[in-house]
Design a protein around this ligand. Structure first.
Ligand code: FAD
Length: 447
């Protein structure tokens, strides 16, 4: 049975974050209106509002679970759309400079690999099947106005007319939080503090057809020794027999412009695995580039007050370094949290206020582990900008011991896989038995 918390919720942005939020809200509001400046296409093709969608988008096992919880038909639809099933880590060749390739063991987690346009399309179709969710395309939100009782979202419609829609709840999933920040500025309220980590990662991506090669049905990851190289490689099989090959470099440098340049750069990876896998393939239909400047956590959750009924979510709240493949999964997990909180506050006297307070109180701990994992790895690269996390050196030593342990110990490998996939909390690695196994690989340096 549904408990209506209000008449209408408005979601700004029809990306993964916005649509997951709409799915979570659908049982709790009579109507959900999603405002999107783009016109999401009727099939699984790229769109302008998501310029990163021609680059690999890995969906972690926890993201797949969360999407399946919000949209029960999601996994089947993704498989029907051609997603490639991958077992972690049996089908993942994960190469590090310190310990070499990790053993390809079955760690019990399944992934579905697909292009970002297919993932978005499947989510979009799930949302389209929910009767009380409406997508308004070509509607660019210009501001949120708030009279302290109900926010009103102002937007420019497809006909370039100004319009407004009132709501009991507004979810800002616009990617950068601009509407929420604008509202805070208009009210003269405090802006959130931000933690920013500058990485300037340049991506060059090719979509190849790898049939019958080692790229088929497995993921390859080649990481550098960060003290001497900034270049990583990733291959990700997707629907339709395609495979993304991506080369990324910290500290945005010159990008390869041709397939020959791309091949030459891939030879500079720490191992020849990716070069050997792609060197005989037919040249792709062009290369795609993207520069990701910085990870940014806008600490809305730490503000003393937020305007009533406003909820920044997904990238608007925290934008992760994409190299770790966390953004979509964490967005889906936030929507799951939203659903759990909605369920809890449904009977309260002022459920909107309770919802906002409870979500903001709990979302920080959901973001912390993926943020720490990414940022700790980023600071191994000397050019990374920002403040190093506390106890950084200790966490580097722990990481080094962890990977040495993984090579010989399947129990540690499985724990690492669960933590990496965000299935289990980071603290699992501090569990007495796991910690003892990792500590056995700590190398004590002579003073
Ligand atoms: C190069 C790259 C690679 C990535 N790889 C991965 C990966 O491997 N795995 C992973 O999980 N994540 C990855 N990500 C991150 C992932 O794309 C995001 O974290 C994820 O899409 C969640 O985003 P979102 O829904 O919050 O925002 P977005 O996907 O940015 O969606 C925001 C939406 O809001 C709309 N919008 C913006 N402003 C307005 C406005 N004023 N009015 C109306 N609509 C508006 C936009 O058009 C867009 O549709 C990658 C990102 C980049 C840049």
């Amino acid at each position: 049975m549904s408990h209506h918390l209000g008449q209408r919720a408005v979601v700004i942005g029809a990306g993964i974050g916005g649509f997951c939020a709409a799915g979570a809200l659908s049982s709790y509001f009579k109507e959900i209106v999603v405002l999107e400046r783009d016109a999401p296409p009727p099939s699984a093709i790229p769109r302008a509002g998501v310029p990163q969608d021609r680059h690999p988008h890995l969906l972690l096992a926890s993201g797949l679970q969360a999407l399946g919880d919000i949209f029960p038909g999601f996994e089947k639809d993704l498989v029907d759309g051609g997603a490639v099933s991958i077992n972690a880590f049996r089908d993942i060749r994960y190469e590090r400079a310190d310990v070499g390739a990790l053993p390809q063991r079955d760690c019990g987690a399944s992934l579905l690999c697909a292009s970002r346009p297919l993932i978005e399309y499947v989510v979009r179709r799930q949302v389209a099947a929910i009767a009380n969710v409406t997508l308004r395309s070509h509607c660019r939100v210009t501001e949120i106005a708030s009279d302290a009782i109900r926010p009103s979202v102002r937007y420019e419609s497809a006909a370039r007319e100004l319009a407004a829609v009132e709501a009991d709840l507004v979810v800002d999933a616009s990617g950068r939080g601009v509407p929420t920040l604008g509202l805070l500025a208009a009210l003269g309220w405090e802006r959130p503090l931000e933690t920013v980590v500058g990485v300037d990662i340049s991506y060059a991506t090719a979509l190849v057809r790898p049939e019958g090669t080692s790229l088929d049905g497995q993921i390859l990851v080649t990481l550098p020794d960060p003290s001497s190289s900034v270049l990583s490689g990733l291959t990700l099989p997707i629907e339709g027999g395609g495979c993304f090959v991506s080369l990324s470099q910290y500290g945005a440098t010159k990008q390869p412009e041709t397939w020959q340049d791309f091949l030459a750069l891939s030879r500079q990876l720490n191992t020849p695995t990716i070069y050997n896998a792609i060197c005989k393939l037919a040249p792709p239909d062009g290369l795609r580039h993207f520069v990701f400047d910085e990870s940014r956590w806008r600490h809305f959750e730490q503000l003393q007050r937020l305007p009533r009924g406003i909820l920044p979510m997904a990238d608007s709240l925290c934008r992760f370094n994409p190299i770790y493949g966390q953004g979509m999964s964490v967005a889906a997990r936030q929507a799951k949290l939203l659903h759990e909180v909605l369920d809890r506050v449904a009977g309260e006297a002022d459920p909107i206020e309770e919802l906002q307070a409870a979500f903001m109180a709990e979302v920080g701990s959901l973001l912390q582990a993926p943020w720490n994992m990414g940022v700790n790895a980023d600071f191994a690269y000397p050019g990374t900008r920002g403040q190093r996390p506390e106890r950084y050196e200790e966490s580097r030593q722990f990481e080094a011991a962890l990977f040495r342990a993984i090579v010989s110990d399947p129990v540690v490998h499985r724990a690492f896989s669960d933590v990496l996939q965000l299935i289990k909390p980071f603290d699992l690695l501090q569990d007495t038995d796991i910690r003892r196994r990792i500590d056995a690989h700590v190398v004590v340096k002579n003073a």
